[in-house]
Design a protein. Structure first.
Length: 279
């Protein structure tokens, strides 16, 4: 959820029924250390079974720890990440875009992570390590590409001790989730309203105070559709901004286009730039 703090109301004109602006600070999610933005998206984890008990012990426990980490960091600890397994198939390109898209369709998740079978090694000096690859596909991202995360980690316990090995694998999964933690950055946004006019505009401001963007949209839309000139344009601009804060950027652009067509406002170019950056 986005959080915000009202920082000021700027009275830009003393004339009755003139447009005025108020600015809010919004804590908006930014791509995590991984480069992925998982905010508000459903997530599913899938791992490959190759028939080797040791590999299955690692993969299932890694995904269990990974899921717990994501739930802790993104969902306030609530159960939200499903884990599935699929059998190894030499004819399939696990980690390829087509395969990842298929998993998105089958799991009905916005984002799918696929853990390939691990490579477990013991070096000549006795150091135990595990090399694993995790592929991620975000069906809501404009990049439409698979991200490959490859990591090598030391294993502290005997590989043949499956119980202890499971503990190591679970910790690795939980630790791996750190790179997907949502990062927040504060951004300023300005809405427009009209003083000494229809009380509905004040109601819309109150909805913004409560970060109830949809309620504010429902109030502004009749003005955007029924009025002409400056009032319609400002209402359309506000709807565009509220849609943007809801993550509906394509719809936001449609309303901003309408605002510009009716009566361009000075705040429009800045908002357009922000919206297009997220498309």
């Amino acid at each position: 959820m986005r959080r915000f703090l009202l920082i000021c109301i700027l009275v830009v004109a003393a004339v009755s029924c003139s447009p005025q602006a108020f600015t809010i600070l919004v804590d908006k999610s930014a791509p995590s250390e991984s480069g992925l933005d998982l905010n508000g998206k459903s997530i599913c984890l899938v791992y490959v079974r190759d028939g080797v008990v040791r590999d299955s012990v690692f993969s299932s426990n890694f995904c269990d720890g990974f899921a717990q980490g994501l739930e802790s960091r993104l969902f306030n600890g609530k159960k939200a990440v499903e884990v599935f397994s699929i059998e190894q198939d030499p004819d399939k390109d696990f980690g390829g875009r087509d395969e990842m898209v298929r998993l998105v369709v089958e799991t009905n998740a916005d984002v799918v992570f696929l853990l390939d079978k691990p490579m477990l090694n013991v070096s000549e000096d006795g150091q135990r390590s595990c090399i694993f690859s995790v592929y991620a596909y975000d069906s809501m991202s404009k990049k439409d590409a698979v991200t490959d995360f490859r990591k090598s980690a030391k294993i502290s316990d005997e590989i043949r001790d499956q119980e202890m090995f499971a503990s190591d694998a679970q910790y690795l999964g939980f630790d791996f989730s750190k790179r997907f933690e949502i990062e927040w950055e504060k951004r300023q946004y300005s809405f427009i309203y009209f003083e000494s006019m229809n009380p509905a505009w004040t109601q819309a401001i109150e909805a913004v105070y409560q970060q109830n963007w949809q309620a504010a949209i429902d109030i502004w839309i009749p003005f955007a559709e029924a009025d002409t000139g400056q009032i319609a344009s400002c209402a359309s601009y506000n709807v565009a901004l509220a849609c943007h804060l809801l993550g509906e950027n394509k719809l936001a652009l449609e309303w901003l286009d309408h605002s510009d067509k009716v009566y361009p406002v000075s705040l429009s170019p800045g908002l357009r730039k922000r919206i297009e950056a997220e498309l």
